[in-house]
Design a protein. Structure first.
Length: 382
């Protein structure tokens, strides 16, 4: 492993606890930075894998959470997107085991949620991306199969915030759920990896990637990942480059290829070249982690686990130096966690909150989950 001497400075400082412990298992259900620097979290899952309606606001001046107006509908595996006008759009998700077609808007000016136009298709585990014209494109995700079970979706929909309505958008080339989506130059959106449910204990990870052209409302295949990924993270480095880290092990016991350990490999996508390039691997594998771009072209990778069964959350944290293609350790979290909330604050610090501290039984048994309400802030106090 190569190491860097230019790791970000600072330590983790304990912040106020969340009003209610929660975990966020999706790729696009994380916290949202509001105008003025406050952070909103909404929904998520409880320790019994039930859907939550509650919301909370983090005050970076006090490093404290306050309860906020709850959503009208409990949601997990939904998406939260900050709109250009400062409102926040919550879309779809699961309420218990029921897929939701509903959407609602949070207005920071009055602190309330209001219902907005419904999706054409109920979905969860989808991506949601704010486009240059102020609309939001929601793509893929899971839906209920009429005969039972779930399927991955190819369909996409586009939300008009001015009208509060949805319209059908171009259909993706590959059905996928639990994928990542990153906005790039000229309105392009890169969709990365995910899974396609096939009824196996561990659904296969996808390497296929594609680009959405908002002007032409069309998807085009682009370079595939070197390794298929699920439970990975995709971090926008610039308007043409994306960093992907980690993910759970490919395959499942009794299949080939199978690796019992999570992925430590790293790849970078170049929009101009349309391909992925392998970069220096992390010291060890992790999935269900979080990765955030910091000032100075550093990426902070923290927490995670090898998978979502019989796992304790990692405390370790790393910094990736983009220019030097090197990794360096940084101080670890006080509380190990995975599937948690993480966001870069407007003052340059990083906030993490909630998540799963450990799962003592199979993930299918919710009695084995232990959530944490703890929050921590990394960086130098402004």
């Amino acid at each position: 492993m190569s190491t860097s001497t230019a790791a970000p400075t600072g330590t983790w400082k304990t912040a106020g606890d969340l009003p209610t412990p929660a975990a966020w298992y999706g790729q696009h259900d994380g916290p949202v930075l509001l105008d003025g620097g406050a952070v909103l979290v909404a929904g998520g899952a409880d320790a019994a894998s039930g859907s939550l309606a509650g919301a909370a606001l983090f005050d970076p001046d006090r490093d404290h959470w306050d309860p906020a107006d709850p959503m009208g509908t409990p949601r997990r595996l939904h998406s939260l997107t900050r709109l250009a006008d400062g409102r926040v759009l919550a879309v779809g998700g699961l309420n218990g085991t029921t897929g939701l077609p509903t959407a609602e808007l949070y207005d920071p000016a009055n602190g309330h949620w209001t219902a907005t136009g419904p999706l054409t298709t109920a979905r969860w585990g989808h991506s949601a991306t704010l486009l240059d014209d102020g609309s939001v494109v929601v793509a893929g995700g899971s839906a209920a199969r009429p005969s039972g079970g779930t399927i991955a979706l190819r369909s996409a929909e586009r939300f008009d915030p001015g009208k509060g309505t949805w319209r059908s958008a171009g259909v993706m080339n590959d059905a996928r759920t639990a994928h990542t989506a990153v906005p790039l130059r000229d309105g392009a959106v890169l969709v990365v990896g995910g899974v396609a449910p096939v009824g196996a204990p561990d659904d296969p990870a996808l390497a296929f990637c594609e680009l959405y052209d908002q002007a032409h409302d069309a998807w085009t295949p682009t370079g595939s990942l070197i390794t298929g990924r699920r439970h990975h993270r995709a971090t926008r480095l610039s308007d043409t480059r994306v960093l992907v880290t980690g993910g759970t092990a490919p395959g499942s016991p009794g299949t080939a290829p199978y690796d019992p350990f999570s992925q430590r490999t790293v790849e970078v996508f170049d929009l101009d070249a349309g391909k992925w390039t392998a970069k220096t691997a992390m010291p060890s594998g992790r999935a269900l982690h979080r990765a955030l771009l910091l000032p100075g072209a550093q990426v902070l990778v923290a927490g995670g686990a090898a998978g979502d069964r019989d796992e304790s959350g990692f405390r370790s944290a790393l910094a990736y130096d983009v220019a030097g293609n090197t990794w360096a350790p940084v101080p670890g979290l006080a509380t190990g966690r995975w599937s948690y909330a993480a966001i870069a604050l407007s003052d340059g610090r990083v906030l993490v909150a909630g998540g799963v501290a450990r799962s003592g039984l199979a993930a299918a048994d919710p009695a084995g989950l232990e959530l944490t309400p703890a929050s921590e802030v990394f960086g130098e106090t402004p």
